[in-house]
Write a protein that binds this ligand. Structure first.
Ligand SMILES: NC(=O)c1ccc[n+]([C@@H]2O[C@H](COP(=O)([O-])OP(=O)(O)OC[C@H]3O[C@@H](n4cnc5c(N)ncnc54)[C@H](O)[C@@H]3O)[C@@H](O)[C@H]2O)c1
Length: 330
């Protein structure tokens, strides 16, 4: 199978591309390295890397014309949910318009789409979220993801496009960008611990999230390459933790490796308080199983992070400065 993977330098893309290559697939990986790193991009004789911003529509058209892929795994996005109200224009261009460039060509070349949406589409509802709950996103990131979901459905109805939507949540693993101060709470805690800085929790820390190990996503994605059409699947861990609990786990592991840091609390963010999903559908239809061990997972990430270069922390250009949180002010 010839497979396109967008976002191949990021967490899901770098891990799943390696899995595809080890199973003999031919992969073209696309990434503009805005949120991932060149050293995370896999290498291999069946792999071609294309550095490209997906906003460049003509280049996307050329790539599809050249390779005519069977399947597209569309992972590329800027998943900084809390920042998205301050970078509206960038959020919609990067997470929605780029997706439309790909959807056009998937229609033209009869390419099946596997799209990673997000738990963010559910918004502030009573968890655990089930796939058939009506999406009610509460931020531009969630709106962009839901808009892509709706567009895929339209493209199927009008043009017969085949697609599957996966709504992951709080995925963790190596090749995660831990140098971005706007996203991935555990990655941020790990970077701070390595730099000897306090672990800053936004608000009282009683927010709950379910963190899952990337390794449990590989087999469900394999099934989606050929099976299912028009389905939506939640994938992630069942067991949820408060941010106070995960901060304590990072603090304990950091101490084990010689880094002692305090935990502090800062201004609360505009965010959903309790967010985790029901995964019964993925368990029944994709044989999905999750055996995430949060302590082992954080320790393996910590050990990986210790070996990484001390990269520059990313700073975004804000489009709106009103009500900006103190910890993100320049
Ligand atoms: N990691 C999670 O917990 C999580 C949760 C819910 C949804 N998701 C979704 O899953 C997908 C993958 O997430 P991830 O954690 O691997 O993200 P990531 O940031 O690690 O990887 C995304 C990659 O996409 C690339 N990219 C971004 N914009 C691009 C553009 N315009 N053109 C080309 N490349 C571009 C980045 O450089 C990066 O390497 C995203 O769509 C994200 O919204 C992730």
């Amino acid at each position: 199978m010839k497979i396109f993977v967008t976002g191949c330098a990021g967490l899901l893309g770098a891990n799943y591309t390696r899995h595809l290559l080890s199973n003999g697939h031919e992969v073209v990986g696309i990434d503009d390295l805005s949120g991932g790193y060149k050293s995370f991009v896999p290498k291999g004789e069946n792999f071609t890397f294309v550095k490209l911003n997906l906003e460049r529509r003509k280049k996307v058209v050329e790539l599809f014309d050249q390779h005519k892929p069977d399947v597209l795994l569309h992972f590329a996005a800027y998943a900084a949910e809390g920042l998205s109200p301050f970078i509206r224009n960038f959020n919609y261009r990067n997470n929605l318009i780029c997706s439309t460039n790909l959807i056009n060509e998937c229609i033209n070349y009869d390419t099946k789409v596997i799209f990673t949406s997000s738990m963010a589409v559910y918004g502030e509802q009573e968890p655990p979220f089930i796939e058939d709950k009506k999406p009610q996103p509460v931020d531009p990131y969630g709106i962009a993801k839901y808009a892509v979901e709706c567009d895929l459905e339209l493209a199927r109805d009008q043009f017969g496009l085949r697609y599957t939507i996966v709504r992951p949540h709080n995925v963790l693993g190596i090749y995660q960008n831990i140098w971005d101060k706007y996203r991935n709470v555990i990655g941020i805690f790990i970077r701070k611990a390595l730099n000897g800085e306090p672990l800053l929790i936004y608000g009282d820390g009683e927010q709950t999230r379910a963190f899952s190990d990337i390794k449990y996503y590989m087999e469900p994605f394999d099934k989606l390459l050929t099976d299912f059409d028009g389905e939506v699947f939640n994938i992630g861990a069942d067991k949820y933790f408060t941010l106070n609990e995960v901060a304590s786990v990072v603090q304990k592991i950091a101490k084990k490796y010689g880094y002692e840091v305090p935990i502090e609390h800062g201004e609360p963010r505009h965010e959903v308080k309790h967010a985790y999903c029901d995964h019964t559908k993925a368990k029944n239809m994709l044989d999905f199983r999750d055996e995430t061990d949060i302590e082992d997972l954080i320790e393996s990430m910590f050990v990986w992070a210790m070996k990484q270069p001390n990269r520059k922390v990313k700073h975004m250009e804000y489009e709106v400065e009103k009500n900006m949180y103190d910890y993100w002010k320049k």
